[in-house]
Structure formats: structure tokens, C-alpha cells
Design a protein around this ligand. Structure first.
Ligand code: IVH
Length: 691
């Protein structure tokens, strides 16, 4: 036993070193390998000893101290859960007319004109969960995932205060309840306030906060957050003891599960519309966010007859609330400069709560938009938020304006570098002409260059690029590849010429090594990624792929561009004259050619290999992605589809072959259903594109 009172500095130091190692080992065994070898009491003892020593010897606190690592040692991924009854989503409607169509459709399907009873339930804006009880004991919790495969959040659900671990009543042997985990508005504000004080990440809205708190590999974090939950439906149940949705809600309420008190039973469309309007009025006063109302056919027999479309039931629908608005003051108009030099105006607003979300910025689009709406600094404005889109300014309250407000003068010089900012004829944007000598453009281009679909250099995140640019370590893409050389000391005895990266705050020998390894690995790059990385205006992932496919080697592409041989370029399906123009313009700039030539000295560009598998099911097919994808970014999904010979489109039409529906897919999914387009999940898409 250690006598903390009399321990010397030296011994304490040794002890802390020992504890750091032991606790880390135990954490790895517990969190990553699911094989704990220490019982809770022994583990707690180690932690308490560590805390006590650190309290007495604060100057000895190690950089890798376990106390700094609370919650950091986590499993690297969630276990997968196969859902025997899929978790579905709902189609959205936005108007009374659509509601009437929905009811009519049901009556037609059932071939009946009798009134149908529905439940009307607030649509909770959180995350859905499924909780399986076996003989009344909570055995497994899951997220929705792609509907068929969810993530195992058993421990996280257990960490929610009041979540029933067992049901003390006679329930079906297999009994799976489903509902929503959410964070109340109050708890969200408290959490953000606390995080702000502690300089930690704040959340944009209660939904994100709930997601960030529930989907934690370390359930201790879930426990620290205040989450709530409600039940509104069921999954697998061995013996269904209710005949309607209403009876189900009563049944689970009787078992002690929380059920929304605003759920109602409605007997016709008028009652449904009334419930919608009532809730819309009450909405702001509710302690949690809702984003609409869910209507469900009450009778289970009718539900059964109505059945399902691909991913949504025919017997339920979500009636969404219109976008939310609020009034606030516009404090400033700031001009941001992007990668291609576009000057984008952003409104700084007096922070305002718009439907549960604190909004402090809004997009102003461009110069003309400001003129058209006559937006002036100091104006009172109406801000609108709709779904996940960036908040917008709807209009100005002109009668609140004092005469002194001046018309906004859009700058004609770049606020970042002072170069002229000009507007091409028939272009809405004004652009800085500074090119790479404009720091804002240079930094944005570097970020693009290292991004996932380009050189994909892990460790060079936005913040690092900004810092390294400021310090002068990385000014051009070429500098990335000489970083290691410049970081090495000039000779063994002096570090004088080294960048000394490992001495920087937040860095150490390990992370610096990791960065260099990532950079070295990226030195061999595919042709399409290289073309994308150049950041040519309008040339995204898809176009880069088309160019690579048609020229095969970078040499061939560059020769054609330098000699302005556009014949092949404009013959490519998908590349129009305006885009071709931007591409040649890029190669006319000497500084771009210089950058490319220098890069060619340090990297290897792989020739394009047509690995397209013509027997792939999606070869030659047109695909539309919609909703939030969880395992892929949109760009990744797109390039995967392209690599398998598919075309990617932004809108659903009769020519669409597949719609890949992610989470919360909305109108595109509905359109696809309407047109009978094949709808697949993200995981099905991943299956189709296994190489
Ligand atoms: S029922 C087959 N009821 O909305 C019906 N869903 O777009 C399955 N939601 O993933 C869902 N409140 O996260 C249902 N009272 C409610 C709901 C609700 C919120 C969410 C849920 C679901 C999404 C469907």
C-alpha cells in the first residue's frame, strides 16, 4: 500500500508512470477487446490512486495521464445488430392536400369509403432506437442504421436515466419496443453552455446533441449527458396482445414506458388537420423538438392489409411542419473567399433561437441577392431554417429601419489579399484575381488537395493546413511532399534548421511520424484523384473520372490542354463548353503549370486503368443518391458508382434505374416510389460495389 502523505516526488513520478500503463492496459482490455481482466473495484482503486497522486503532485501530471483520457479509450466500432423486423422510415407530406391524397389512397386501396381512424403522434426529432426484451429482461439495444442492420447501443441505452432494464409484468417472451431518444431543449442549452465554458465542441441542435451523446462508443459519456426517450412502436414480438396502435400505446404506457401525452386518436381528416394545427401552435412551448406529426392507421388488421412500399408503410405518413422563422438583427456582412476565389457574403446575426437551434450566421448567396433584397448592415431581418440547409434571410423589415443605414457596397477588392475582385459577364459571383497569391484561395486549395477524394492525407486536417500555411511550412501542394525533409535536422548535432514539428503543441514524435507516413503513402495517386486534386473550377469527382477515362495518362491530358486541343474534351458526354473553357483556362495560368511540374517530380500518377466490371449490376445504370449516407461520403459514393460504370444523377426521373436511400431521405425517395424506381439501401449499394 502506498503512503501518499509521505511519498517523495521521485516515487510519485514512478508510480504515476506505472498507473498510466496499467490503466491503459485495463482500458484496452475492457473497451476495445471486450475482455476485462480487472474487476471494477480493483480498477477503481487504480484510478483513485492516480487521482490522489495527481492532486498532490499536479506538476507531475503526465501528458498521457488516464485522467485526461476519460472516455477516450473506446471501442473502435459498434457491433452490428441484425434487425429481424426492419426499422422503416416514413414518406413526408407538407400540405393538407397531400394529407387528403394520402387518406384517399388508403381508401382506394382498401376499396372502402368508410372513415378510417388514425393516431396522430408528434414526430420526435431525435434518433430512433429499438430495445429487445427477452422474458422481460432488456437484452439488446440498436440504432436504426440502414433499417436492417443497426448498431449495438445496449450499453448506451442502459446509461439513460429511467431506461427500464427489466419489465416487472407479464410480457411476451420476445418483446421489442421502438421509439425515439432525444434531448430536451433545456438539457441541450445546458450542455452547450457547459461545453462552451470548457472550450469543448458545442452542438448545432438538440438532435445532433442527442446523436452525439447516444452514439458514443464509451457509454460513460452517454451517462454524463441527459437524454430522454419515448416509445411509439414495436419490432419483433412473439405474441401481439393489442389490436390497434392506440391499444399498443396504452399497453406500453401500462408497462411503465414513457409515451407521448400528445398522441391522439382522430376519426377523419378534419380531426387530423386540427391535431396538426394545434400541435403547430403548441410546438414552441414543448420542452423538446418535433418536426411534424406522424399519422398511423389505427387498426392493425387494416395496417396488415395496406402493407408496405419498399421502405415505408402504406398505413403511415409524416406531415412535416413548414420551415421555421425568427426575427433578429443583422450585425455584419462578412465576405469569405473560397478555393476558386469566389467572394461569398455571409450574414453575422444577433444569435437567435429558430425552432430550437441557435442561429448566428446566414448565407446571403451573392452580390445580387443582397441588392435584390436590399439587405443593409443593422437591419432587422427574417431568418428561416428548413431542415439541414444553411439558414437564410427571407426578407428585411423595412419599417424597422432607421434612415441612417447605408446601402451595402460589395467590395471590388479581395478582403484577403487586396487583389481586384471582378465579375465576369453573366456570372453571379465576383472573384478575386489574386490566384495562389491570395492566402484564402491558397489555403482552400490546399484543403481541397489533401481531401479524401483527392490525395487523402490523413493528419492534414483544415486546422493543420491553416496553421502550417500561416507558419510558412506549407504554401503550395509541393511543400507537403518536402515537409519531412525540411523537418529533419540539418546535421546530427543541430536541430537549427528543423521545422521542429514534434515540438508543436498537440504534436509529438508519434503523430509527426504518422503524418509523414500518410504523406508518403499518398505519393502514388490515381489519375482521376490527381485531376480532382488540382481544383479546377467545375471539375468535381465525376468530371475528373470522365477525363481520366478518356485520356488514360496525365501526359496525354496535359499535352492536349497545353496545346488547347479540345476536340476530345468536348466530345466527352458530361463535359460542356463552359466546363471545357474553365479547364483550358486553368492550364493557361503559368503558376498552375509550375505547381504541376514541381509535383510531377515528387509523386507518381497511376495511369487510368479501366477496371470497370461490365458485368456489374449497376454498369450503365443511372443512380441517384438521397438522404444521409452513414458509411460513405456523397463523393465517395459517387466515385464508387462511377468506377462500376454507372452514371450519377441529381434528380429522380423515369430514366433513373436506382435510388440509393440514406437516412431521412425525403422528396426524392417519395418521387422514386411514385415512379416505381428501384430503391436500395446504402448497404445494398455497398454490396453491389464490392470490388
Ligand atoms: S413510427 C413504420 N412514430 O420518424 C413507422 N416514427 O421517418 C416507423 N419518428 O425513424 C416509425 N416520431 O425516428 C414513428 N411517433 C412516431 C415518431 C417517429 C418520430 C421518427 C423515427 C423514424 C422516422 C421516420
Amino acid at each position: 500500500m502506498i503512503d501518499i502523505k509521505n511519498i517523495s516526488d521521485e516515487e510519485a513520478k514512478k508510480q504515476l508512470e506505472y498507473l498510466a500503463k496499467e490503466i491503459e492496459k485495463a482500458d484496452i482490455a475492457y473497451y476495445q477487446n471486450d475482455e476485462p481482466y480487472l474487476d471494477d473495484a480493483s480498477y477503481d482503486k487504480l484510478r483513485r490512486l492516480n487521482d490522489a497522486l495527481e492532486a498532490k503532485f499536479p506538476h507531475l501530471i503526465r501528458s498521457d495521464s488516464p485522467s485526461k483520457r476519460v472516455g477516450a479509450m473506446v471501442k473502435s466500432e459498434f457491433k452490428k445488430v441484425e434487425l429481424s423486423v426492419p426499422m422503416l422510415s416514413l414518406a413526408d407530406i407538407f400540405s393538407k392536400e397531400e394529407l387528403q391524397d394520402f387518406i384517399l389512397g388508403i381508401k382506394r386501396f382498401l376499396n372502402s369509403s368508410a372513415d378510417i381512424t388514425f393516431t396522430s403522434e408528434p414526430k420526435m426529432d431525435g434518433l430512433s432506437f429499438s430495445a429487445l426484451y427477452t422474458d422481460g429482461i432488456f437484452t439488446r439495444g440498436s440504432t436504426r442504421g440502414d433499417g436492417k442492420t443497426g448498431e449495438d447501443i445496449t450499453e448506451n441505452l442502459k446509461a439513460i436515466s429511467g431506461f427500464p432494464l427489466y419489465i416487472d409484468k407479464d410480457v411476451p417472451h420476445i418483446f421489442e419496443v421502438r421509439g425515439e431518444v432525444f434531448m430536451s431543449k433545456q438539457d441541450f442549452f445546458n450542455l452547450n453552455q457547459k461545453n462552451e465554458e470548457e472550450h469543448k465542441k458545442t452542438f448545432a441542435n438538440p438532435r445532433n446533441a442527442a446523436a452525439g451523446s447516444l452514439r458514443q462508443l464509451d457509454a460513460r459519456i452517454t451517462k454524463e449527458r441527459r437524454l430522454s426517450f419515448l416509445v411509439y412502436t414495436w419490432g419483433e414480438v412473439s405474441d401481439i396482445r393489442w389490436k390497434s396502435q392506440e391499444e399498443f400505446l396504452d399497453y406500453v404506457r401500462g408497462l411503465g414506458f414513457p409515451v407521448n401525452p400528445y398522441n391522439k386518436v382522430c376519426h377523419n381528416d378534419k380531426e387530423l388537420m386540427d391535431s396538426f394545427e394545434n400541435l403547430m401552435e403548441t410546438r414552441a412551448d414543448l420542452p423538446y423538438d418535433i418536426d411534424g406529426i406522424v399519422y398511423k392507421v389505427n387498426d392493425l388488421e387494416l395496417q396488415k392489409r395496406l402493407g408496405f412500399l419498399t421502405r415505408t408503410p402504406r398505413w403511415a405518413i409524416a406531415h412535416k411542419f413548414p420551415a421555421e422563422q425568427a426575427i433578429t438583427r443583422l450585425n455584419n456582412i462578412r465576405i469569405q473567399v473560397g478555393r476558386t476565389g469566389a467572394l461569398t457574403p455571409v450574414a453575422d446575426l444577433e444569435p437567435i433561437n429558430v425552432g430550437g437551434v441557435l442561429v448566428s450566421h446566414a448565407t446571403l448567396h451573392n452580390e445580387d441577392e443582397i441588392k435584390r433584397k436590399d439587405i443593409r448592415i443593422g437591419d432587422m431581418v427574417i431568418v428561416q431554417r428548413a431542415g439541414d440547409v444553411i439558414p437564410q434571410i427571407v426578407s428585411v423589415l423595412k419599417d424597422k429601419r432607421t434612415d441612417a443605414l447605408l446601402e451595402f457596397q460589395f467590395p471590388t477588392i479581395c478582403p484577403e489579399c487586396g487583389a481586384h475582385a471582378i465579375r465576369e459577364e453573366d456570372e453571379a459571383v465576383r472573384r478575386c484575381t489574386g490566384g495562389l497569391s491570395c492566402p484564402a484561395q491558397a489555403v482552400e486549395r490546399l484543403k481541397h488537395f489533401v481531401s479524401r477524394e483527392a490525395f487523402n492525407i490523413e493528419g492534414l486536417g483544415d486546422k493543420v493546413i491553416e496553421d502550417f500555411y500561416k507558419e510558412g511550412f506549407i504554401k503550395t501542394p509541393y511543400d507537403i511532399f518536402t515537409l519531412e525533409e525540411r523537418d529533419a535536422p540539418a546535421d546530427l548535432f543541430s536541430a537549427a534548421h528543423s521545422l521542429n514539428l514534434e515540438k508543436r503543441e498537440g504534436w509529438g514524435p508519434k503523430s509527426v511520424r504518422k503524418l509523414f507516413d500518410a504523406i508518403n503513402k499518398s505519393k502514388t495517386v490515381s489519375l482521376q484523384k490527381f485531376i480532382y486534386a488540382l481544383g479546377i473550377r467545375q471539375v468535381g469527382v465525376a468530371t475528373s473520372y470522365l477525363i481520366a477515362k478518356h485520356y488514360h495518362t496525365f501526359g496525354a491530358f496535359m499535352d492536349a490542354m497545353v496545346s488547347q486541343d479540345l476536340q476530345l474534351l468536348v466530345s466527352i458526354d458530361g463535359i460542356g463548353p463552359a466546363m471545357a473553357q474553365d479547364i483550358v483556362e486553368f492550364f493557361k495560368e503559368k503558376h498552375n503549370i509550375d505547381v504541376i511540374n514541381k509535383l510531377l517530380g515528387v509523386i507518381t500518377i497511376e495511369n487510368f486503368e479501366d477496371i470497370t466490371n461490365t458485368s456489374s449490376e449497376i454498369f450503365g445504370k443511372t443512380i441517384v443518391f438521397t438522404g444521409t449516407l452513414t458509411t460513405l461520403t456523397r463523393n465517395e459514393a459517387k466515385s464508387k458508382a462511377l468506377a462500376f460504370g454507372a452514371k450519377v444523377s441529381g434528380s429522380v426521373s423515369a430514366h433513373t434505374d436506382y435510388v440509393v436511400a440514406g437516412e431521412n431521405a425525403g422528396s426524392k425517395l417519395a418521387k422514386a416510389q411514385e415512379l416505381g424506381v428501384k430503391i436500395i439501401s446504402e448497404s445494398e449499394f455497398n454490396q453491389l460495389t464490392l470490388s
